[in-house]
Design a protein around this ligand. Structure first.
Ligand code: SF4
Ligand code: SF4
Length: 60
């Protein structure tokens, strides 16, 4: 499984990850992206598009 973490201090709430994720696991809430933990496909697309390098995707 994959666990997605968003660094809340780095995230600017730009929404690029919301648009890029094929599994639609991100929402922007209160100006910050929040990730669900269970449907990530591990494609790393969000990591590539995030301008703030705020996203980490780890495989367990
Ligand atoms: S790695 Fe892919 S599926 Fe997982 S959260 Fe990022 S964009 Fe979505
Ligand atoms: S792409 Fe990065 S900076 Fe933009 S909302 Fe997503 S996590 Fe935050």
């Amino acid at each position: 499984m994959y666990v997605v973490t968003v660094d809340q201090e780095l995230c600017t709430g730009c929404g690029e990850c919301v648009a890029a994720c094929p599994a639609q696991i991100f929402i922007v809430e209160g100006g910050k992206a929040v990730a669900g933990q269970d449907e990530c496909l591990g494609c790393q697309g969000c990591v590539s598009v995030c301008p703030s390098e705020a996203i980490k995707v780890d495989e367990y």
